[in-house]
Every structure is written in structure tokens, then in C-alpha cells.
Design a protein around this ligand. Structure first.
Ligand SMILES: Cc1cc2nc3c(=O)[nH]c(=O)nc-3n(C[C@H](O)[C@H](O)[C@H](O)COP(=O)(O)OP(=O)(O)OC[C@H]3O[C@@H](n4cnc5c(N)ncnc54)[C@H](O)[C@@H]3O)c2cc1C
Length: 399
């Protein structure tokens, strides 16, 4: 069946690895999502809802997919295919649920990649257990798409550590996070900076949520999502909490985005799944002019068109995830998958709203929620335009 809830039953043919392990994961996700439907979380308080979702995800063992096996994870390395499958299932139920899941990975992956053994052993098992909520602090008021324009500074501090000063904005989970990965410009004038030949260098650092000098101002976006501005005023970071080496910051940021960007595509697929389900159900049920709307060829064709795009989006997302899991993905694979899947999901959801007529925009309808939830996916982790820059660079400048 074309739109079975079982992702593998759609015979994608591009999912990497052993189909049995993915079927077992889908079994787990089916049970978990049914439990959320049976006992829904009130999302009006987005902070409390996210805490509760993290608690339930941890209890169900789903957070094992965001850290490596050595620290309680499900596999030796993170598998992007698993991230996409989980996000597709969770996003069908709720964007806030999906976000609670993925932020545990996005906000800890730079520690997985560049943290020292003691920090990994201290943090990552707590991420899996849902005992700490994670955040990824890259964007700044004057450095959004142009991340290299960041002005948050890391100046040499006591005992080889650094002191952070600056401001980050649009940081998911900021109001409730206990763990931050923070990216900052390394101070000019240090020996290491001098060796960089005057070029700006960036570092990555782990900072606990209760660090003296760190403060958060919540902001509110159109769908339930804890998010805020984070200020760093003389935040002291010990040397052991530097991630990677001096100047590795942007490398760690982009390595994180290369993986998680594909999974944004997975979340977009989940939102589109739900929108198509709502569209088909409504058009079959709603009678106008004496017959179900589903009998109107004009409407059938419109839905067939977005459904075709949705299938293509799935192929691209799982192709990119598979390539990354096999170790042969290029940055443009992630960009193509994110760009196409999020833009298609927006069209599928817009078609769903239109198909439901006035009901489609009524507060409380799934379509109204989806319409708000999809919008940010075309902006965060690189806007659609930035994905096009990545793809064009590969075409014209050789990557
Ligand atoms: C819900 C949400 C959650 C987020 N979570 C996080 C998080 O957890 N951590 C984090 O660090 N950040 C987060 N962000 C920030 C997000 O990554 C940025 O908003 C995004 O990168 C865009 O930056 P900007 O908002 O400053 O837009 P700008 O960079 O100012 O861009 C504005 C517009 O100009 C376009 N544009 C910019 N440059 C070019 C160019 N060269 N060519 C063509 N078009 C261009 C952009 O595509 C966009 O349409 C989040 C944002 C949202 C909305």
C-alpha cells in the first residue's frame, strides 16, 4: 500500500543495512506512538511537554539512537537511517515530540565526536537516560546563515581553559537545557591564533546549563518548541571541556549538521505522512454537490501530484541516510534531501489545509498544527537557500 504507516512496507529499496533491524525499530515506534496517542501530552506548556517527552523517550529506550553503543547507545556509531525512521514516526504524532528526541542528539553529537573520554562517559549515558536535556548553540543575532560571522569569543582562561562572552539566539531547548555545546571565535593574539596566520578560528565547548554567567531569555515561535536567547558573560570553561582541538569548532558544527540535516528531512516526511492521511480521509468522507469530494478528478489529481513528490522525498532522504551510514555521503546529499523533503512537506501540508476547507485552519485540527509545525524546518539547520548554495557549490566549484 502506498501510504502504509510502515515506512519499510513502502518498499523504498534504499534503506541501508539489514531490513530486520529496521522492522524491529518500526515495531518499537508503532507501540511508542500508540501509547502517546492513548495518553497525550498537553503541549500548551512547551517546557513541561518537552521534559515529559524526553522522559517517555528515555523510558522507551528510543534515546539509544542518539549516542554510540559505548555510552549506552544502540549501535557503535549513530545511524542516520535510524534517526530518520524515528523522526518520521515521531513527527507524525507531534513536532514537539520529534524535537524533544532530536535535540538530545544534535546537542550532544559534538561531544560524541570531540569530547574527551571523561566528558563523554559523564554526559552521554545521562543523555540516553533523559537525565539531562541538550542544546546546540551556534546561531547569533548577527550570524545566522553566515555562521563564520559569529562574535561570541573564547579568550584564554585559567589552567588552559577559556572564558566565553557573547550571545546566541534561537537556541532550541535553551529554557530547559542542562547541557550546551557552544561555538565561539577563538581570541586573536593567542599563540594558537597566531599560528592560524591571522585567519579567524572557532572553537567548540561543552557548558553545563547552570554555569555561572550563563542566562536564558525564552522566545516563542509559532509551534510548541522551547527556545531562547542565551547570554554568556564571563563563563569559565575548563580545558577538559574543549571539544576537539583549537580551531576545530566549525568542523564539529558542520559534521553535526551533515548528519542531523538529513534527519530534518525525516521529520518533514512524518509531517507530510500525517497531512496526506488527513487529506485522503477527509476527501473520502466529505460530501459536496451530492457526492464525496474524493470523486472529483480535480482534487484527486492535486493529491496524486503531492503524493508523488512525497514518495520522491522519501527516496532522497533514505538514500542520503544510507550513503552516510555506509560512509560515502557528500555534503550535497544531505542538502538535497533536506531541501526537497522540507519544501515538499510544506506543499503536501498546504494541500491538506486546502482540502479541508475552513476546517483546515480551525484551531485544534491536525492540519492547523501541521501548518505551524512544518514552517521552521525550511529555516533551521540551514535554510532552503543555504542548501541550494551547498548544492551549487558542488556543481560549480567541485564541492
Ligand atoms: C524553530 C527554530 C529552531 C532553531 N534552533 C536552533 C538551535 O537549536 N541552535 C542554533 O544554533 N540555531 C537554531 N536556529 C537558528 C537557525 O539555524 C537560523 O534561524 C537559520 O540558520 C537562519 O539564520 P537567520 O534566522 O539569521 O536568517 P538569515 O541568515 O538572516 O537569513 C534570512 C534570509 O536570507 C536568506 N539568505 C541568507 N544568506 C543568503 C545567501 N547567501 N543567498 C541567498 N539567500 C540567503 C536565508 O535563506 C533567509 O531566507 C533555530 C531556528 C528556528 C526558527
Amino acid at each position: 500500500m502506498m501510504f502504509s504507516t510502515r515506512i519499510l512496507d513502502r518498499k523504498l529499496g534504499v534503506v541501508a543495512g539489514d531490513a530486520e533491524q529496521w522492522r524491529a525499530l518500526e515495531d518499537e515506534l508503532e507501540v511508542f506512538c500508540a501509547a502517546i496517542t492513548a495518553d497525550p501530552v498537553d503541549e500548551r506548556d512547551e517546557d513541561a511537554a518537552t521534559r515529559e517527552y524526553v522522559r517517555r523517550l528515555a523510558a522507551a529506550g528510543l534515546l539509544r539512537h542518539v549516542v554510540p553503543a559505548a555510552y549506552g547507545g544502540a549501535s557503535p556509531q549513530l545511524r542516520t537511517t535510524a534517526l530518520c525512521l524515528v523522526r518520521q514516526w515521531l513527527a507524525r504524532r507531534s513536532g514537539a515530540l520529534d524535537s524533544a528526541f532530536v535535540m538530545q542528539g544534535l546537542g550532544s553529537y559534538a561531544v560524541t565526536l570531540g569530547g574527551d573520554e571523561a566528558l563523554r562517559a559523564q554526559l552521554l549515558p545521562r543523555v540516553v537516560a533523559g537525565e539531562v536535556i541538550c542544546a546546540f548553540a551556534l546561531t547569533e543575532p548577527e550570524a545566522g546563515s553566515d555562521v563564520a560571522a559569529m562574535t561570541t569569543t573564547a579568550t584564554p582562561g585559567p589552567d588552559g581553559g577559556v572564558v566565553l562572552d557573547g550571545e546566541k539566539c534561537f537556541i532550541s531547548n535553551a529554557p530547559i537545557a542542562g547541557s550546551y555545546v557552544v561555538f565561539a571565535r577563538e581570541a586573536a593574539g593567542t599563540v594558537d591564533a597566531a599560528q592560524a596566520g591571522g585567519k579567524p578560528r572557532y572553537g567548540a565547548f561543552w557548558v553545563p546549563g547552570d554555569a555561572p554567567g550563563l542566562s536564558v531569555d525564552p522566545i516563542h515561535v509559532i509551534a510548541p518548541h522551547p527556545i531562547g536567547t542565551v547570554k554568556f558573560r564571563g563563563v569559565v570553561v575548563p580545558a577538559a571541556h574543549r571539544l576537539g582541538k583549537f580551531g576545530d569548532g566549525l568542523k564539529l558544527a558542520f559534521s553535526t549538521l551533515d548528519v542531523f540535516r538529513i534527519s530534518v528531512g525525516g521529520a518533514a516526511l512524518g509531517l507530510a505522512d500525517r497531512a496526506l492521511e488527513e487529506t485522503v480521509t477527509h476527501l473520502k468522507r466529505r460530501v459536496q454537490f451530492g457526492k464525496p469530494l474524493a470523486t472529483q478528478q480535480g482534487l484527486r489529481f492535486l493529491v496524486a501530484e503531492v503524493a508523488t513528490e512525497h514518495v520522491a522525498a522519501q527516496m532522497l532522504v533514505y538514500r542520503a541516510a544510507g550513503a552516510r551510514d555506509r560512509g560515502d555521503a557528500a555534503p550535497e546529499d544531505s542538502a538535497v534531501a533536506k531541501l526537497f523533503a522540507t519544501e515538499v512537506a510544506q506543499r503536501v501540508i498546504d494541500r491538506a489545509v486546502q482540502s479541508l476547507g475552513g476546517l483546515g485552519v480551525t484551531v485544534g485540527q491536525a492540519t492547523e498544527r501541521l501548518y505551524r509545525e512544518i514552517r521552521a524546518l525550511r529555516i533551521y539547520e540551514g535554510t532552503s537557500e543555504i542548501q541550494k548554495l551547498v548544492i551549487a557549490r558542488a556543481l560549480f566549484d567541485g564541492g
